[in-house]
Write a protein that binds this ligand. Structure first.
Ligand code: AMP
Ligand code: MG
Length: 622
């Protein structure tokens, strides 16, 4: 039985067992360690029973009411124990020995004891050594229940207090550190850090002057980039299905492409060494070579072959005179004017496109149409790609209505789920649309939990601005490691970011603001790069174009602004950008009309008409 029934007082009353830990939760790690040692695992929990139940175990709540400590759990466990022996381990101690139960069992039988308990030797500050009892790691007989009942009935609650009434075997373990437990969120985060999973605090603190209430865009981007990790999981897909997917391994070319030197033109192939420096050359045509049909012809001095594009160069030939450059052509001879071709011209070299044994494409590359063709040219039919990222998203707000519902007074249709759908689909994610969630704590918690269970990343919109953020903050804080930021930017100032844990799984969380333009801007500049990193993609930084701005822009220095723009070509052929009218963060039309975003960095003040600005273009060619 895993003891997970405590109040988690020292962890700020969180449900300790469900805290995210090394890609799972604390309890999932304890379960993993305990399961191979026993016949069946049950969990003793007094809150969030369904979340524990989702681990596939029976969950038992204390029969004694009022969070009476581990002994209350033990009592319930003994009452419902299907076997003669009950072993216990706490939910906050995921490192215990793999032979714990076996050794307790051996001692119990050997000594004819009612209970076996783990002990270690500990040395205190003064250098004295004592035996430390670990009563939460024990194995007991079901027959000891009456003694435990009597002890609890007396009102006592000490974990080892009832040992006086039974026969106890102490079992010494050498590795004291294996019994360490995690009592505070601080300790939990230290453990995560030790395992290479940094806490947000660790990541954020590496930035000098980190202030969640006043964060620069680039600092928020840095923290997010440092925090998220690529997900694991590779699948092999048929070549066509690899389009827009991320390569999970280098693709090494098994062959040279092209496999032979060949002609780049229709014309005449010959040995370029015989070209005189400044006189014409006449050559006798000794045959014809076409693509796909290598020929045994070996033109000698004064000879050439007629050759088609793609045909293998005959032995001894290194130069092709394009047909249209010939000075004269008859059925049997061709004349080459002085200077019309140089030795080596119009010949494609073996392996010049791709050479055998070299990586033709690198891991992390997103496969585009050119890559499909390139992979096909290698004769490769199946491609290893990263598994798709699963992204769950939902909108929050009592005022939101879904399409098809009547729009009551003060209500708006939920548009954010549609822009998010579009952006995530374009990014190649598997999406889980969780609908609209009401502005109430229980609904939000439920939605976050189930999203955390099934997704790699969660994107929410709304409910993170000042005022409403209070309960969001509380719930997100309880479910994981989440920071609430105010970012020096417009639109999109508030942002929640971190990790949410649920049922042994965890997901990266982006709590985007509610305003429709703010959602898109925060998605593009914060979520998108992070999702690409999680997808294992080598994403190049945004390509900025520097162009003339045709209209003045009022802009406050000290924050980054993302204005929606229309990029066009002026009469003189240079490119220019103008702003798409009203820039309110609720005016989605400004995004729809735009074909680019004008990026105005922190240091930028007002822009005068004619000034140069940076833009990011929305759509690429391929
Ligand atoms: P909030 O951040 O929740 O205070 O929302 C800010 C503004 O964005 C409010 O005017 C909301 O009505 C609006 N909003 C929030 N979510 C959505 C949504 N999914 N679709 C359209 N507008 C929204
Ligand atoms: Mg709202």
């Amino acid at each position: 039985m895993i003891l997970a029934g405590g109040r988690g007082t020292r962890m700020g009353r969180v449900d300790k067992g469900l805290q995210p830990f090394r890609g799972g939760t604390l309890v999932s790690h304890v379960l993993q360690r305990l399961a191979p040692q026993v016949e069946q695992v049950v969990v003793n929990a007094n809150r969030n029973l369904p979340a524990y139940g989702a681990l596939g175990v029976t969950v038992l709540a204390d029969e004694l009411s009022g969070f009476e400590g581990p002994l209350a759990g033990l009592q319930t466990g003994l009452r419902h124990c299907a076997s003669e022996l009950l072993a216990t381990a706490p939910c906050d101690s995921p490192f215990f020995p793999a032979d714990l139960v076996q050794r307790l069992h051996d001692a119990l039988l050997q000594q004819g004891a009612d209970l076996a308990v783990a002990t270690t030797l500990e040395t205190d500050e003064t250098g004295h050594t004592h035996t430390q009892l670990h009563p939460v790691f024990s194995l007991m007989r079901k027959s000891a229940l009456p003694q435990l009942d009597a002890y609890l009935a007396s009102g006592a609650r000490r974990m080892d207090g009832w040992y006086k009434s039974i026969k106890v075997a102490q079992v010494m373990f050498n590795d004291a550190a294996a019994f360490r437990n995690i009592n505070t969120l601080d300790e939990l985060q230290k453990e995560e850090a030790a395992a290479g999973v940094p806490s947000l605090q660790d990541v954020a603190c590496s930035l000098p002057g980190y202030d969640p209430e006043d964060l620069h865009v680039r600092d928020a981007q840095r923290i997010i980039g440092d925090f998220v990790q690529p997900v694991r999981g590779v699948e092999k897909v048929a070549l066509r299905s690899a389009l827009d997917r991320v390569l999970a391994a280098d693709l090494v070319s098994p062959i040279n492409v092209p496999a032979h030197d060949n002609s780049a033109m229709d014309g005449f192939a010959f040995d370029g060494a015989q070209l005189p420096p400044d006189a014409p050359l006449a050559l006798t045509i000794v045959g014809v070579v076409v693509a796909g049909r290598p020929s045994p012809l070996k033109p000698g001095r004064g000879e050439c072959v007629r050759i088609m594009t793609g045909a293998v160069m005959p032995e001894g030939c290194d130069t092709v005179l394009p047909q249209e450059l010939a000075a004269a052509i008859s059925d049997t001879a061709v004349t080459i004017a002085a200077g019309s071709v140089r030795a080596g011209d119009n010949r494609r070299l073996k392996g010049e496109d791709l050479s055998a044994g070299r990586a033709a494409l690198k891991k992390g590359k997103t496969v585009r149409p050119a890559d499909l063709g390139l992979i096909a040219s290698l004769g490769i039919a199946e491609v290893p790609v990263q598994r798709r990222l699963r992204v769950a998203f939902f909108s929050t707000g009592d005022e939101l209505r879904s399409i098809g519902e009547a729009l009551g007074e003060g209500c708006v249709y939920d548009s954010n789920r549609y822009t998010l759908y579009g952006m995530l689909t374009r990014l190649g994610c598997d999406i889980i649309d969780m609908g609209c969630v009401k502005d109430d704590p229980a609904s939000l918690e439920e939605a976050l939990r189930s999203a955390g269970e099934c997704a790699d990343a969660i994107i929410t919109s709304g409910g993170v601005s000042v005022g409403v953020a209070d309960y969001t903050r509380q719930i997100m804080g309880r479910l994981g490691d989440v920071a609430f930021w105010k970012i020096g930017m417009r639109p999109g100032r508030p942002l929640a970011f971190g990790r949410i844990g649920a049922n042994g799984r965890s997901a990266v969380l982006f709590g985007l603001p509610g305003n429709p333009v703010a959602v898109m801007v925060s998605f593009y500049f914060f979520a998108r790069p992070a999702l690409l990193r999680m997808m294992g993609a080598d994403a190049a930084p945004d390509q900025l174009l520097r162009v003339r701005c045709t209209s003045p822009i009022r802009k406050k220095a000290g924050r980054t602004e993302y204005q929606r723009g229309v990029l066009s070509t002026a009469d003189d052929g240079t490119r220019e950008v103008c702003i798409t009218g009203a820039q309110g963060s609720g005016i989605l039309r400004s995004m729809s009309e735009a074909n680019c975003m004008v990026l105005l960095p922190d240091e930028q003040g007002h822009v005068a008409a004619g000034d140069m600005v940076d833009v990011v273009v929305f759509e690429g060619l391929v």
